[in-house]
Each structure stands twice: as C-alpha cells, then as structure tokens.
Design a protein around this ligand. Structure first.
Ligand code: PLP
Length: 372
C-alpha cells in the first residue's frame, strides 16, 4: 500500500512512553518473572519493530505475536530474544519455525502428532520449542481437561525432537470488576498444574489486566500487551494501578478553510446543513485511513478548541466546524494532547461503541508513523 508521506496526516508514536510503561511493570512484577511484550497486529497498530525495540529497552526479555509472519518480521529485524506465536500455526510450516527459532503454541493432540511426524523428515534434526495451551474457560484454543494435558505432556516428554518450553492459559475476564469467573479459571489451571510432575521453564497466565489487577497470579512470565501502549485494559471499568502513558497520537492539518452561509449542505447526503455563517475546515483523513464514518459528530482539537466533525466522513477527508477563520496548515489533533486539552483513544472507542484495542488496530497502513 502507498503510505501517505506527502500528506500532513500522521500517527506519532512516543517510544519513550512504551519504554516507561514496560519499565514500570518490570519494576513491579514478582522477582523471577519475565515480561514478554505482545507486539502482534503490528504492535497493536503502533508498529511492531519499533515498539518491540522500545519494550526491550524497558526490560522485556521476549515477545509474543499472533501469526508466523509477525514472528519472522521480528527475526528479520534482528531480534534474538524468545518469540512465542500465540495462535495455531499450520504444521506444514515447521521448517520455518525451526529456521527462525520460534516457539509455537500446541492446542490439540492431532497437531502435535502431525508435527512429530513432520519433524522426523527434517534434516539436520533440531528440536521444536512448544508451549502447551490450556483452555480454562476462554473457549478459544487449548486442552480443556487435566487428563488431556497430562497425556500431551507425556507425549512431549517422550519426544527428543521437542522442547517443552511453556504451559499457559488466557483469562477472559481479568479486566472486569467481578473476579468470580477469573477465580474459576485460576482454579481450573491450578488443578491442571497439580496433576503434573514437572513444569516447563515458563508457566504463564497473565495478560495486561492480570498483571495490573491480579499481580499475585501472573506465573513466571507476563504477556504484556495493551498496557505497554499506555491504554487501560479495562476501558473504564477499573482504575489504573499506576499511570499508563498513551503512546499514540494522531494529527493532521487543515487543507482548506472556507466560510459558508446558512443553509449549505456538507458532505455526501447533506447530513449537516449550516445554520448560520460557519467556518468549515477540511482535514485530510477519512474512513480509508481507519477514521470511520461513525465518528461523525465526534470532535477534534484545533488550537486546544474542540471542533465538531460535521457531515459524513468521506474516504479520504472529513470536515469540521471551526469557531472562527483559521489558517490552512493549522494542526488538527484527532487523538492526543493539544494546548492542555486531550482526546484519548478511549474517547474515540466510546464514540464508536467499541474498545480502544480495535481503534488502534484499525488505522490503515496509509497513515505514516513518526517515532519520537
Ligand atoms: C493469548 C494472549 N495473551 C496475551 C495477550 C495480551 O493481552 P493484553 O493486550 O490485554 O495485554 C493477548 C491479546 O489478545 C492474547 O491473546
């Protein structure tokens, strides 16, 4: 995709904020615990390689990604730390897992049996690092019973071509006030641990929410995702345990300013009609950039003043109502701080009736990223 380097719209990513967010968690986590930075989905839209570098500076000792290609991207950028792929990789790519020294999630016995079969054909022999996934109540991937886990562990331990590196689960409600389901999942995981005679290097259960609000229950590795980008995993539900520094801002500039008299329609379908003489500014960002149509009626900041987005958001542009005439080239802040005022990703998420995770991942590759 062509990146809009020659357009004034950009994401500004504060890598120092990421480093600090990771560093604050590293200082706080129990001794002997490691922090793996979750940089899947292009670092939650912040850029995987640059955020991984910042996380490493903050004290991350490994990385988690969702798909094989994301892991390869990190290796090709020179990262030598452990990289765990959190979802299922097709067994036909075992040669790539070995080539790039990646750790992979095992979620079914069939997958493991096929992997063992594949490994016998690979020369020279090299062991595959695996993390066994236990589904304690997320209903997504993983083994659901103690017997199944025990059986899979026995199989893993009998195979010289495998290194049992990890055992893990994932909580579905760690970001909620009511901890009863979290405790149920914890109990199930404890039951599974109790039937095993040996444990691998990493036993891990913790996403950001678990690390923040259940710090006694993190295992010996934390999979730190959304909080490293400075966003409260719970949205509004739970207060931050320590201040998280949001890393992402979105800015643009006015490309046209015009005065319209009363009764003029703005944008496709004329869903906004001026009611008096109004100053209208055009901002070069639209739904093709991930600035979605549902943001009509939301506001952006110009010189610290809130300006409403009026009319339908177009593919590449949108219009805002200015309080007065302003110069073409004036900065527009869509997310971030401006003259003491702020628009947060959470506010955008609230308007879109979604979560900030989704907002961060929705920005299109067309918007260039500037790292500071
Ligand atoms: C298995 C797993 N672990 C950890 C994370 C990181 O979660 P968070 O971004 O809430 O910290 C995710 C994110 O979706 C995940 O799927």
């Amino acid at each position: 995709m062509a990146v809009g380097w020659h357009r004034p719209t950009k994401l500004v990513i504060d890598t120092q904020a990421i480093k600090e967010n990771v560093g604050n968690e590293v200082k706080r986590m129990p001794k002997g615990t490691e922090l793996f930075a979750v940089v899947k989905a292009n670092g939650y839209g912040h850029g995987a390689v640059q955020t991984a570098k910042a996380a490493r500076e903050g004290g991350a000792t490994g990385f988690c990604v969702a798909i094989l290609d994301e892991a390869i991207e990190l290796r090709e950028a020179g990262f030598q730390e452990p990289i765990l792929i959190l979802s299922v990789v097709d067994v036909s790519y075992i040669d790539l897992l070995l080539k790039y020294d990646l750790s992979v999630t095992v979620a079914t016995q069939e997958w493991l049996e096929q992997a063992i079969e594949q490994l016998t054909h690979i020369e020279p022999q090299k062991p595959l690092k695996i993390h066994i996934k236990v589904d304690t109540g997320m209903g997504r991937i993983g083994f659901t019973t103690s017997e199944a886990v025990k059986q899979i562990v026995e199989l893993v331990q009998s195979e010289k071509t495998l290194i049992w590196e990890g055992l893990f689960t994932h909580f579905s409600t760690a970001d909620e006030k009511d901890a009863s389901y979290f405790e149920k999942q914890t109990h199930r995981f404890q039951e599974i641990l109790s039937v095993l005679f040996e444990l691998p290097k990493y036993v891990h259960v913790s996403n950001s929410a678990t690390a923040l609000w259940h710090p006694d229950n993190v295992g010996n590795m934390i999979r730190f995702g959304i909080a490293m980008y400075g966003l409260n995993p719970s949205g509004h539900a739970l207060p931050e345990v320590y201040p998280l520094n949001p890393a992402l801002s979105l800015v643009s500039k006015l490309i046209q300013v015009k005065e319209l008299s009363a009764g003029e329609g703005i944008g496709y379908g004329h869903t906004y009609i001026t009611t008096a003489n109004e100053w209208i500014g055009t901002v070069p960002i639209g739904y093709a950039d991930g600035w979605l149509r549902h943001l009509q009626g939301f506001s952006v900041l110009v010189n610290g003043e809130l300006c409403e987005i009026i009319g339908r958001i177009c593919m590449d542009q949108c219009m805002i109502r200015l309080p007065r005439q302003m110069d073409v080239g004036t900065q527009v802040t869509l997310i971030g701080h401006d003259h003491g005022e702020v628009i947060t990703m959470q506010m955008v998420a609230d308007k879109l009736e979604t979560i900030h995770y989704e907002v961060a991942c929705t920005f299109s590759e067309r918007i260039p990223k500037e790292y500071k």
